[in-house]
Design a protein around this ligand. Structure first.
Ligand code: DNO
Length: 350
């Protein structure tokens, strides 16, 4: 296991100098920001990330994310050009030493929350989601700091309309079309591609989603069997639905060698339905049994990259939603402890 931390580049107030002081964190997860989806990343920008990380003694082996242009998800005429650009980005990051690339196939939105400052009893605040609050919102006004992509209102409306007419089957076909072109490049360059699950893992705003459930994930692997067609096991996203058994999924996909990367965080379900709150990472703070999930990974041969995921806002930190330093650093220390214990008790190396 290699413990990493997400870093948003030179403008991130959570600097590399701070990240390197978190015990056992050996590298960063980052991306070239500021280049629109579908365009090729300048080689010098990729190398600048690598040099900056290495100057602080950190590695840069995981990209999160190479964005997937909407024309690819829509199956629009111009998609081949954007798929070629994605492939070229995989080649370029591979040349810089990257071994794992994360992406998502959520139409229009990346992760979605309805409250970025849910106040907890202890004075901290968390990101949270309530389906009924979302249903009451005007979708054209949706904007969330934290996404890598934002749209003008007209553009957003046109996109939402296009997806509302699309079936799940069509979206799934567009994902397979994309993977059939990208996975051979991953095989050639020895890069594991890890799809990020939909967050939340159900249909929102009338648009289809195809990476929400265990059945969806199985289908994606069956369609393109190479081991480089993998999963970014995001416990918080998959666990947003109280139905998923995340420890079982972790065991199953780790044993298949399909988990190059794991996002570990906890979540709670205040009403048992489509409402969830992000909590501190430890098991007693939320609904997920984090120790069991880590044990399932370790017992099943997981040897990939891990990062703590969204943190709460604590200790008066001013932070990008979910990506402050303090609570994520507490998460990193906790995750490291779980892995150390899991490895020792299963006879693996710490
Ligand atoms: C949220 C992240 C996601 C993730 C993308 C991957 O904080 O986990 O934004 O990076 O979905 O493409």
């Amino acid at each position: 296991m290699k413990l990493l931390f997400r870093w948003y580049g030179e403008k991130d107030p959570v600097t590399l100098k701070k990240i390197r002081q978190i015990p056992c964190v050996t590298g960063v997860v980052t991306a070239v920001y500021g280049v629109p989806a579908g365009e090729i990343w300048p080689e010098k920008s990729i190398l600048a990330l690598k040099r900056a990380a290495e100057a602080e003694g950190l590695t840069f082996e995981v990209v999160e994310s190479i964005p997937v242009h909407e024309d690819i998800k829509l199956g629009a005429q111009g998609r081949d050009k954007y798929i070629s650009a994605f492939c070229e980005n995989v080649r370029r990051v591979a040349r810089a030493g990257v071994r794992c690339v994360t992406y998502n196939f959520m139409p229009v939105f990346d992760w979605l929350r309805t409250d970025l400052n849910h106040m907890n009893a202890d004075g901290s605040s968390s990101l949270s989601f309530s389906q009924s609050d979302l249903d009451a919102l005007d979708p054209s006004a949706l904007r969330l700091p934290g996404w890598d992509e934002s749209y003008a209102p007209d553009e957003l409306k046109a996109l939402l309309d296009a997806y509302r007419e699309m079936s799940r089957e069509k979206l799934f076909g567009n994902l397979v079309y994309f993977l059939e072109k990208v996975i051979p490049v991953c095989d050639e360059t020895n890069v594991a591609l890890g799809v990020h699950p939909d967050d939340p893992p159900w249909k929102v705003l009338g648009i289809p989603r195809v990476v929400s459930t265990e059945e969806d994930i199985d289908r994606i692997f069956d369609a393109v069997p190479s081991k480089n067609n993998g999963l970014t096991l995001c416990t918080g996203s998959l666990g947003s639905s109280p139905e998923g058994d995340i420890a079982r999924m972790a065991a199953k996909y780790a044993s298949q060698g399909r988990v190059p990367f794991a996002h570990l965080r906890n979540v709670s379900h205040p009403d048992g339905g489509k409402t969830f709150r992000e909590t501190a990472h430890p098991s007693p703070c939320g609904s997920l049994d984090m120790a069991k999930i880590v044990l399932s990974l370790v017992k099943n041969g997981f040897d990939g990259y891990v990062r703590p995921d969204h943190g709460r806002k604590i200790w008066d930190e001013e932070a990008r939603p979910g990506y402050g330093l303090y609570d994520r650093a507490l998460g990193a220390a906790y995750i490291n402890g779980l892995f150390e214990m899991a490895k020792k008790t299963t006879g693996g190396r710490p």
